[in-house]
Design a protein around this ligand. Sequence first.
Ligand code: GDP
Length: 532
Amino acid sequence: MSKYEAEISRRRTFAIISHPDAGKTTLTEKFLLYGGAIAQAGVVKGKKNSRAATSDWMEIEKQRGISVTSSVMQFQYEGFCINILDTPGHQDFSEDTYRTLMAADSAVMVIDAAKGVEAQTRKLFKVCAMRDIPIFTFINKMDREARDSFELLEELEKELGIETYPVNWPIGCGKEFKGVYDRGSKKIIHFTSNGGAKAATATEVELGDPNLDDLIGERLHRQLTDEIELLDGAAAEFDLDRVRHGKLSPVFFGSALTNFGVEPFLEHFLRMTTGPLPRTAGDTLIDSMDDSFSAFVFKIQANMNKAHRDRIAFMRIVSGKFEADKEVYHVQGGKKIRLSRPQQLMAAEREIIEEAYAGDIIGVFDPGIFSIGDTLCAPGKKFKFDPIPTFAPEHFRRVRSLDTMKRKQFLKGMEQIAQEGAIQIFKTPYSGMEEVIVGVVGTLQFDVLEYRLKNEYNVDLYMEGLPYEYLRWIETEDGEPVKEEDLILGDGVKLVEDYKGNQLLLFATQWAINWTSERNKQLTLLEFGGGW
Ligand code: GDP
């Protein structure tokens, strides 16, 4: 294997998905701790705050005490080069969170052992499942009272529609959480805590070891033996191929807080998951090992630094090697360009980089030329990666400029911000240009919109909440646009268009979606849009 191939095949790029408070940040920190990227846990959060202080734009983040932006962190562990894509986990998460998942090759789903599957887990899971990427489950907070492990697995299967395979099994929970039983090696890994900031000490013991009663207690020993018997009899077979196609989720138990089970998880996960996955560009599959560079833009972050009016475009390298001094071809712009100030986040530090490989994420300075989904490749090539889907917003407002004389700035600002992917904008077939309907995935985006229109376009907004919560793209049998008078639409349903002319329906309730599709059989209602 050449150095080039070795660099690519040792890369693992994944996102951690969870409902807020399940422990995503804590687990990420512990990965960095085990990877030696930070000496003590607690660094990541501290760093986040000090960085936020450097820019006005982050005021909103600071005020609300949450992270709006999702970042990428790279670290090394046992020869692997790991890229973790952080997805904002607060209630106010945005469409960016979904798009970030497009850059990942697998997902780690963190579940709170006392709560099971929660709303945001479900949404993020759906987006991962759409791409059939491997999904690994980490059942966290076993150091607290947890729900029955069998019951949790059943809930995962029923709620998410994925089969599960417990790779290890917890021994006790709460104060009695002693360790995990590894089903492959048939060994017990017993943990002792050294405090949350340091790695836990693990001791391995064979299942039949006479000392086991002393180590975990007679009762837990008996319970474990019973549960193993049940598991071996009932659970699905392990099948790596099904794992890699997102059909079977390997499940692990642990506690990110006390570090119990973090290392066993990391070791199994890194070996089971795939290296950089190929991506499709029309009829062609672009493989990570292809000899020339290619990448796609999945996220654009505006105004990280107000003084420079910066936009940073984040791109996922699909194939080849990126070299900072070489020209690349921006397909949608039809131009050869040099990517300026390519950056990567290494553990907690942002660094300018000279080279990066397939699987890596780089952020480059964007003078306003990139859009979400854009392709970059080696000069001489011209393929375009398939578009990144648009995801249905869940909150809608009617928005116009308070000052009617500022219509032009208003529209320009709205279109610009929509093009960056922070909001989606719609109009009704009859409405003029004075007002638009804005749809967002998380309501924080409304605050961001208001702030940016005021600060960048000098426009004060009037916003009025609309009662819709669901959006579906319309597909018709003949591909022709529908006419409103031909549809049977009840209360709480509205026909709108996006600015590309696609037709959509807004619904107040899930019930209204069913009602409408039953009465309008000529329509297919889609949850994901055609894309950026
Ligand atoms: P996120 O919102 O998913 O990023 O969750 P955080 O990592 O910020 O964790 C939310 C809260 O749960 C924090 O107070 C953590 O200290 C706590 N927490 C995280 N993991 C564990 C765990 O394994 N056990 C316990 N008891 N608490 C945890």
